[in-house]
Design a protein around this ligand. Structure first.
Ligand SMILES: [Zn+2]
Length: 268
């Protein structure tokens, strides 16, 4: 019974590590096979060794193999960085080279207009295999997709790099009373998952910061003007609030999750 319990636990860990990091499950299996052949004096050596191997592979191996699959790590610059280290450590920061170029160009132009303001990226794609989704984003499976955070102003109206949640998702810029409430509409139609990402904001902060209509409009226009970009997803009430007309800005459908906590960008 204990053996069966341990086996199920290992399988669960392999699934979770694969879903979260793509390579973690494979690294875990390799570590288990090695641990079977060696004797370690302390139990905690195993998780420590696993973590060391995982980090070594993530930092020192994956970036060199990903180009064989047509992808590369998003290159951080002074104008562009990940919202937090989770996205980098979990290998969720891989894109096709063209999308890397779009991010670099757009972030540089944004910083020209608003010095010191950075684009913060969230989930992009895993490094390997077209069709392997980066959950919970089913479409982030080909290196052509990336999510970025919205831009916010502090209470005195200054544009800042501050965000509203630790994950970067889940704190919504809700529809006002006079705006179309897409979230209510979709949930009333039975799409219960539409605001599921609210659970991604376990830690939220900067409640007094507000959505910057001006800067987010400027950013949206930079993105949509780029010929390499095919589509941008943002919630309909924000599209209207920002006065955006570009046909690349689409509604993602009730079957997806709401997009008033981030921009979704994808290549043609
Ligand atoms: Zn997305």
């Amino acid at each position: 019974m204990r053996v069966l319990g341990a086996f199920i636990l290992h399988i669960l860990l392999v699934i979770i590590l694969t879903v979260v990091t793509q390579i973690g499950g494979l690294v875990y299996i390799i570590c288990l096979l090695v641990f079977k052949r060696v004797t370690l004096s302390k139990w905690f050596f195993k998780p420590l060794i696993f973590m060391a191997v995982y980090l070594t592979v993530t930092i020192g191996v994956v970036p060199f193999i990903a180009p064989l699959f047509g992808r590369e790590k998003i290159t951080n610059t002074q104008d562009l960085s990940s919202h937090n280290y989770f996205y980098i450590l979990a290998n969720r920061n891989y894109v096709r080279p063209a999308l890397n170029d779009v991010l670099r160009d757009v972030s540089s132009k944004l910083a020209n207009q608003y010095p010191g303001i950075q684009i913060k990226y969230l989930d992009a794609n895993f490094p390997f295999i077209n069709g392997f989704s980066l959950l919970p984003h089913l479409s982030h499976n080909d290196g052509k997709k990336v999510d970025i955070t919205l831009l916010y102003e502090s209470p005195d109206g200054t544009l800042t790099n501050a965000k509203k949640s630790f994950s970067g998702y889940g704190v919504f810029e809700e529809a006002k009373a006079n705006e179309h409430n897409q979230s209510d509409y979709c949930k009333n139609k039975g799409y219960w998952q539409y605001d599921f990402t609210k659970y991604a904001s376990i830690i939220s902060y900067n409640d007094d910061h507000s959505f910057s209509v001006k800067a987010n409009r400027y950013l949206s226009n930079l993105i949509t003007k780029d010929k390499r970009v095919g589509k941008v997803f943002i919630e309909p009430h924000l599209k209207k609030r920002m006065g955006l007309q570009n046909s690349k800005i689409r509604f993602h459908g009730c079957g997806a999750v709401r997009h008033d906590d981030h921009f979704h960008i994808q290549l043609k």
